[in-house]
Design a protein around this ligand. Structure first.
Ligand SMILES: Nc1ncnc2c1ncn2[C@@H]1O[C@H](COP(=O)(O)OP(=O)(O)OP(=O)(O)O)[C@@H](O)[C@H]1O
Length: 624
């Protein structure tokens, strides 16, 4: 499947095409970009990269695990040999009487071997788990840290669910690999090679005879492996889509309920869920077909052993004890092969996951610090947009040659029709994106030459959709400046008239709010974000539709607060409610990515252009 090809799903309960009544298919919105790469061969470089995560443990923990593994395997392989010796030397010796004393010695040796094996396995499992958990912690840390740095364009293109899958599911499937997988594969390989060597050295002819079916088995399983790989990749794709839809549905639950689309959503989810189940069943069934192949080969091997082995006993070429040891080794021989077959699919799942994890980790943020980037200390706040051209998607310019000079301390308002490019100006000022042409300068410095952290710490931003994090109200305000004292938090809240409603809450500033702040009204969330911005005390302040959710009475109250908030700072205000920006020093009217007019309110009203038209339209709307 092509990497870039979006896959569209439709609701199983409805006709997918436009219906006879001409009604449009309502499931067209469910389009998820496939981010899987199918048909990729097993990539050893992934394994090598994962190996790097083991490096920090290669000096202490890893050697212990390897030592325990070797010890456990050696003792395991030694036991059948001791049994054969006990039979041939103590129970039924070819010459002489059976010896109870000798038997007891063999029994003692076996007991010691079992104890060593038990101890070695216990320690191996314990240390493998410790390493596994640490590696998973490191991978999860790396991917989360990297995602934090990725630029906006990354999030523009991905549903939150598919990002979540990588940090949770994909990392979890590596957990299996690191806690059991790698070590088990090693143990099985060592055991397999060990048994082969032992069988051939105990009796070369019999050893060769029982292993004759091995090449045949490898031939059959090779073609099966391809099928298994595809099946597990398909499971991943289905899971990823299911998660993307799930996360989108939860985030959009209010809209879904308001438009009574629950039934449609459930139907669509069920379809994806069914597909997920079916793909899993198919993959696990394909996977399990390894078992019968091994069993049939095992049975053939056993048949050869008994048929040919009996013949060798009769011709006294081998002893009964050796035959018993052979039977035991052959029994142990198929077990690791079977497990390796099963492991192969686990390895494939883990490789697919690691590929997806590294794909994220390798992604370079399109906006990043230059090597020689400088820190910006205490800026004045002079800003210049110098002939800016910008496009989110190639060929669709959002800004088409914008030049604008802003003096320190000025308040600038952006107005214009929806989609005219107002927020894009802000996005470029904060360097969430870089312009395709032109530059943004702060105090004469190109912002691409300034450390991102230092640039953004000088800019405060209040958006319409204020994000409230889980925690107390106090924590949420303090997000503006983490070292602010409780008193400073309250002073900021008072300045923006948020104190009154906070004090009225059951636990005041200690009231717990949940993710996205749904226990608070939109206006209250807005006030909190004002307090947050004031606390941060930035030189440049951006209010993007920040007063849209505040009622007129509250707005009047915070207009006063805003005066304090904006005083002495360079500020940018985007507002559709034009009354809010009336007093701005410079009102910039935008249309289709260009500046059409600019000036203060009176100048623009006199000019009688677009701004005048917008004011008149709003006045007519309000008085209608
Ligand atoms: N993340 C994005 N990816 C692709 N195109 C985008 C993205 N964000 C905005 N655009 C496009 O860029 C253009 C300018 O958008 P922008 O958000 O700057 O408009 P705006 O004037 O702020 O609109 P509004 O008043 O509705 O907020 C629009 O045509 C919009 O479709």
């Amino acid at each position: 499947m092509n990497k870039q090809e979006p896959v569209q799903y439709s609701n199983p309960q409805q006709d997918t095409s436009s219906s006879a009544s001409g009604k449009k298919d309502t499931t067209e919105r469910f389009v998820y970009q496939d981010d899987e790469v199918m048909e990729k061969p097993f990539d050893w470089s992934q394994l090598k990269r994962l190996g790097v995560y083991l490096k920090p443990y290669s000096k202490q923990l890893l050697p212990i695990v390897i030592l325990m593994m070797v010890l456990g395997t050696i003792t395991r392989l030694a036991i059948p040999f001791i049994i054969s010796q006990a039979i041939d030397k103590a129970i039924a010796p070819a010459a002489g009487d059976p010896s109870v004393r000798l038997l007891l010695i063999y029994a003692g040796v076996m007991l010691v071997l079992y104890l060593i094996q038990w101890g070695a396995n216990t320690f191996r499992i314990r240390y493998t788990n410790i390493i596994g958990q640490r590696v998973i912690y490191d991978i999860r840390h790396d991917i989360f840290k990297h995602i934090q740095k990725l630029s906006f364009n990354f999030f523009d293109k991905r549903p939150a669910g598919s990002v979540l899958v990588r940090v949770t599911n994909d990392v979890n499937s590596l957990q299996d690999l690191f806690t059991n997988g790698v070590v088990n594969v090693l143990i099985d390989c060592v055991q397999l090679v060990g048994i082969m060597i032992i069988l051939l050295s105990l009796n070369f002819k019999l050893g060769l005879a029982v292993m004759i079916t091995v090449p045949l088995m490898f031939l059959v399983s090779t073609s099966l492996r391809k099928k298994i790989r595809r099946a597990w990749q398909d499971v991943r794709t289905k899971q990823s889509r299911l998660n993307a839809h799930l996360s989108e549905s939860i985030q959009g639950i209010r809209v879904t309920q308001a438009f009574t689309q629950e039934k449609e959503n459930i139907g669509f989810f069920d379809k994806m869920n069914t597909e997920n189940r079916q793909s899993w069943n198919y993959a696990s069934m394909t996977n399990q077909s390894f078992g019968p192949i091994i069993e049939v080969t095992g049975a053939i091997g056993a048949f050869i052993l008994f048929f040919y082995g009996a013949h060798l006993i009769q011709s006294t070429e081998i002893t009964v004890g050796l035959f018993v040891a052979f039977a035991s080794y052959v029994g142990n021989f198929w077990e690791p092969i079977n497990r390796l077959g099963q492991m192969y699919s686990q390895l494939l799942v883990a490789m697919a996951s690691s590929e997806r994890i590294f794909e994220f980790i390798d992604m370079k943020p399109i906006v990043d610090d230059k090597e020689q980037a400088e820190n910006l200390d205490n800026i004045e706040g002079n800003i210049r947009f110098d002939n800016i051209v910008f496009e989110y998607e190639k060929g669709r310019p959002a800004l088409k040659g914008i030049s604008l000079d802003v003096h320190a301390g000025q308040s600038i308002a952006f107005v214009g029709h929806t989609g005219s490019g107002k927020s894009t100006m802000i996005n470029l000022l904060c360097r969430f994106y870089d312009p395709v042409e032109g530059r943004v300068l702060i105090d004469g410095k190109d912002i691409r030459d300034i450390h991102l952290q230092s640039l953004r710490s000088q800019i405060g931003i209040v958006l319409q959709d204020t994000f409230i994090f889980s925690g107390t109200i106090r924590d949420n305000i303090r997000f503006g400046r983490l070292d602010a004292t409780d008193e400073e938090v309250e002073i900021a809240a008072k300045a923006v008239n948020a104190h009154e409603f906070i004090a009225g809450l059951p636990d005041g500033y200690e009231t717990e709010v949940q993710e996205r702040g749904s226990v608070l009204s939109m206006g209250q969330r807005q006030l909190i974000s004002f307090a947050r911005a004031l606390l941060a005390d930035p030189r440049v302040l951006i209010l993007d539709e920040a007063t849209a959710s505040i009622d007129t009475e509250t707005e009047l109250k915070i207009q006063e607060a805003l005066k304090t908030l904006l005083f002495g700072r360079t500020s940018f205000i985007i507002a559709h409610r034009l009354s809010t920006i009336r007093h701005a020093d410079n009102i910039v009217v935008m249309d289709h990515g260009r500046i059409m007019e600019q000036g203060n309110h009176d100048e623009l009203m006199r000019h009688g252009g677009i701004y005048r038209g917008l004011i008149d339209a709003q006045f007519r709307f309000l008085s209608a």
